[in-house]
Design a protein around this ligand. Sequence first.
Ligand code: CP
Length: 334
Amino acid sequence: MDFKGQHILSVSQFDRPAVEKIIAVADQMRPYAAREKLSQLLSGAILGNMFFEPSTRTRVSFGCAFNKLGGHVRETVGIENSALAKGESLKDTAMVISGYSDVIVMRHPLEGSVAEFAKTSRVPVINAGDGTNEHPSQALLDLYTMSKELERFGSTVDGVHIAMVGDLQYGRTVHSLSKLLNLFNNVKFSFISPSQLAMPADIIKQLKDNGQEVIETDHLESGLKDVDIVYQTRIQEERFPSKEQADAFRGAFRINRFSYSQFCKPSAVVMHPLPRDSREDANELDTDLDQHPNLAIFRQADNGVLVRMALFALIFGLENKLAETETECSWRSL
Ligand code: CP
């Protein structure tokens, strides 16, 4: 796959070599992300960072990734603060913002909206989450994290056993990650959720058709048996028809020191796309695991910057120009 000038809208556009390329370029970004060196790779370029839904990690890490490559960031945050609130169409917004930007990152609450926007955009567009549909850069950083965490135990993503837990119906990160993992061999999926929040049937079918082993259960203890990765998710309250309907599922599958030590093997790595719900009645991932060495959630969030830097370098076709555009970081040693 040639990334140059391409939109990144769905993980379905990647094959395995493309994913491996992103991981390799993300590895190259470490010294620049850590500010050991400064990069001017995208000096003068402008990112239009458009978030029409709440975000902390994705918005800020995309912005930081662009800044760390020497580019500038311009943002729109919230539908209510944009001309969409005055009735402007996504098509018109795309025409306008793509005239101001060299690349656009967009999050929007409606499925398919980012792809629709990209049809009119004159510059590449990256999907930062479209409703319940997809979150491709999150899946890439999840995969990158899995690969690094498994390496510590001498394992690989091929042959991994992953449990995805919680709201698998509305959680777009688990949709994208499942499709991405389907590029790997002999992946075993344990989907642990209430039956009302099960993984969509079309994704289950794609996995099974590809020969992957799939278990669906609403039983946490048996579901976590022998897994290498526990991928916990939040109940996506904002996607339910009513708050009361979301409330019915809160705190149903808690990962905490007790459930981890009782049901998981000692090397199991715990991941979560974040945010985690810290309200007492929800609390799907307890803070009592925060000091556990296998809790990867903050390494996972950090990896978002590396992967997003890699995506930008690839979209601009500049991944081989990193060394020649680097400079010393004078302020870091002060
Ligand atoms: N993981 C994730 O998408 O987090 P934000 O909603 O904070 O961007």
